[in-house]
Design a protein around this ligand. Structure first.
Ligand SMILES: NC(=O)c1ccc[n+]([C@@H]2O[C@H](COP(=O)([O-])OP(=O)(O)OC[C@H]3O[C@@H](n4cnc5c(N)ncnc54)[C@H](OP(=O)(O)O)[C@@H]3O)[C@@H](O)[C@H]2O)c1
Length: 250
């Protein structure tokens, strides 16, 4: 008898990190992948690549406005008509901190794209899941959410919101078959960090971070840093007293 395929939904599927996760899933075993994004052409590009790499997998694309609550609700309801095994919520944007300080519209958009929108997606999927059936909701946060820093605190505060949200969702689903996984990458080589790469910053590979995300989802880990050394770095940073921390140019 043919084994049932896993059904995986990737929200923000055109992200470099999420794209690498999707490749791992598509190549590992025949999988039903639903790629959710805001741009049809980009989604189709990712889907074509996955169809070549994992020819036995089914790839479907879904486009919507990520800041429209009603569209999120109706799209998730439609996707969730069939059971879901994994949802990865991956979208995000990192504008310059200085620009967020002088442009309140950008500040708001940054908070919405990185904080409110992922929470709305997660909440919609959480409401559609059967607590007696194994499934995972994974969210990509960031080390930037661990402690506010002058260089990126608008983005960081939205990621901090994801952190607290994931904690609450983990509490809500305790004792059920639903796992909630929060992954906090450090600086990673993707289009989001192109300007840091140009400045010579040390960046993790998107493929390596994706492997860690997939592993965390397989194991149902509640919180994972990627790469793992960021767990120690951020623990140290969180513990620094303010009078030391404020002197750091970070
Ligand atoms: N790269 C890093 O150093 C790093 C570190 C920590 C955490 N993260 C997090 O990792 C996740 C993946 O990021 P990445 O590094 O893979 O970045 P990326 O390749 O630049 O991808 C960003 C993704 O977010 C989507 N997006 C941006 N603004 C959006 C909006 N207004 N509405 C809907 N979608 C929007 C993009 O869609 P389009 O393709 O349509 O533009 C794309 O899918 C994000 O949550 C990011 O915050 C990244």
């Amino acid at each position: 008898m043919e084994e049932e395929r896993r059904r995986i939904v990737v929200v923000g599927a055109t992200s470099a990190i999420a794209g690498h996760c999707a490749r791992i899933w598509a190549q590992r075993e025949p999988t039903d992948l639903v790629l959710v994004g805001r741009d049809d052409a980009k989604l189709e590009h990712v889907a074509s690549d996955l169809r070549v790499r994992g020819s036995a997998s089914n790839i479907r694309i879904v486009r919507l406005d990520f800041l429209d609550t009603e569209e999120i609700a109706s799209t998730v309801a439609s996707i969730a008509q069939e059971p879901i095994d994994v949802v990865l919520i991956a979208h995000g944007a990192l504008p310059l901190q200085d620009a967020c300080q002088t442009d309140l519209a950008l500040c708001r958009e940054t908070l919405e794209v990185n904080g409110v929108s992922p929470v709305l997606f997660a909440e919609a999927f959480a409401g559609a899941m059967d607590e007696n059936r194994e499934a995972t909701i994974a969210l990509i946060g960031s080390v930037a959410g661990d402690r506010g820093r002058k260089s990126n605190y608008v983005y960081g505060s939205a990621k901090g919101m994801i952190d607290r949200y994931a904690q609450g969702l983990q509490h809500r689903f305790y004792g059920t078959k639903i796992r909630v996984v929060l992954v906090k990458p450090g600086p990673t080589d993707t289009p989001m960090t192109a300007r840091f790469r140009a400045e010579g910053a040390s960046l993790a590979s998107a493929a390596g971070v994706a492997r860690r995300i997939v592993h965390a989802i397989d194991k149902g880990r509640s919180v994972v840093y990627a790469p793992c050394h960021w767990s120690l770095v951020m623990r140290a940073l969180r513990c620094l007293p303010d009078f030391v921390f404020y002197r750091l140019n970070i």
